[in-house]
Design a protein around this ligand. Structure first.
Ligand SMILES: O=C(O)CCC(=O)C(=O)O
Ligand SMILES: [Fe+2]
Length: 358
């Protein structure tokens, strides 16, 4: 791991150390345990999400084979020649957010980036001066009536459609159990627990396959590059599988320092999105995170290796209105957010995470 090891040495190496075991929710043996085991695991989950907005999860029931397959198919896809990948091109504009985007095509911004450049006539152009050095492929539910999937012809990568469709379904199921664990950890019961179900839609989640190509030392020295700039995820929460090459970092809201989400065999990273932050009136934070490019002086002559990751974004239904749960509004913590319909929130944000040429 030359990249992350070098970066760790450089900034003191703060890492996410929180790893929670959610087997009381996910595995047969765990489910046989008394309720107190689920309460304890749920509370540990919420404690980590409250402190950092990020946590690593084990005991989620996904096998090593399942995780390796997700990363393996991702590599197979991006190993294809560019012309083949372009047989399923992401259309220009933010919607539908589906299909393949080549290097530099998508630019991710944070709300603060937009504020800082908003005096400029063309915010998108200013922010695109540093391009995102990544390629991606977006997949949604086959049942999504709003955004249809854009598939490669099956002879280009045989089995890809059926594999990724089943991965979407599998991770959608995992997300529902995670949501239950969040409810248990927050101590929600009855109607309050029921309001949680609106936070994860059957048809509006999104699976994303990502490839950050290797970068030579010279390019790192000579060009302004980002792998994935700081941003928050705007859905409910995201679960993410990454390879062993590292680079994902999140901003600690207290210290303002970026800390490393070090890859851990068998674990996925879970981070809260904007909807969970609004639902809990900031009790759970949607942390800024990024995939950084290291300082060239810390990098070996061979440059930095490729990195692959697979995030699954759980989102409410587009027509669902997310409101803060009353129990999180107190005299000490007055309401910070108006209720918002998810598609309206999405259309404000996605304007700035623009795909395609401008
Ligand atoms: O590749 C990663 O580790 C981060 C991906 C991410 O944050 C995103 O796609 O929103
Ligand atoms: Fe993200």
């Amino acid at each position: 791991m030359p990249h992350s090891a070098a970066a760790l040495a450089e900034n003191g190496g703060a890492r996410i150390t929180e790893t929670v075991d959610l087997s009381p929710f996910f595995t047969e043996a765990g489910r046989a345990l008394p309720d107190s085991a689920r309460t304890e695991a749920g509370k540990a989950l919420i404690e980590a999400l409250h402190s950092f907005g990020f946590v690593k999860v084990v005991g989620h029931g996904l096998s090593k084979h399942e995780i390796d397959s997700a990363l393996g198919w991702t590599k197979k896809l991006f190993d294809l020649p560019y012309e083949d990948k372009m047989k399923a091109p992401h259309p220009p504009g933010p919607m539908p957010h589906r299909g393949y985007s080549g290097l530099g095509q998508e630019k991710v911004y944070s709300k603060d980036d937009v504020k800082a450049t908003s005096s400029s006539a063309d915010v998108g152009k200013v922010l695109r001066k540093i391009s995102d050095f990544k390629e991606s492929y977006e997949i949604g539910s086959e049942q999504d009536p709003v955004q249809q999937n854009i598939w490669l012809p099956d002879d280009v990568l045989s089995g890809f459609r059926s594999y990724t469709t089943s991965l979407y379904e599998r991770l959608s199921g995992v997300s529902k159990v995670l949501l239950d664990a969040i409810g248990v950890g927050l101590g929600l019961e009855g109607d309050e627990h029921a309001t949680l179900t609106g936070l994860v839609s059957d048809r509006h989640c999104q699976l994303r396959l990502l490839h950050y190509p290797p970068i030579g030392k010279e390019k790192l020295q000579n060009e302004l590059l980002a792998r994935l700039p700081p941003h928050t995820d705007w859905g409910t929460f995201t679960l993410l599988f990454q390879d062993q090459n590292g680079g994902l970092e999140l901003k600690d809201a207290q210290t303002k320092e970026y800390i490393h989400a070090e890859p851990e065999e068998g674990a996925f990273v879970l981070n809260a999105g904007d909807m969970l932050q609004r639902f809990t009136n900031d009790y759970i934070t949607s942390s800024l995170h990024r995939v950084s490019v290291p300082d060239p002086s810390t990098v070996l002559d061979s440059g930095i290796p490729a990195r692959y990751s697979v995030p699954f974004f759980t989102c409410p239904d587009f027509s669902h209105t997310v409101a803060t749960l009353p129990r999180f509004v107190t005299p000490e913590s007055p309401a910070k957010y108006e209720p918002v319909r998810f598609d309206q929130y999405g259309s404000i944000i996605s304007k700035y995470q623009y795909q395609g040429e401008e």
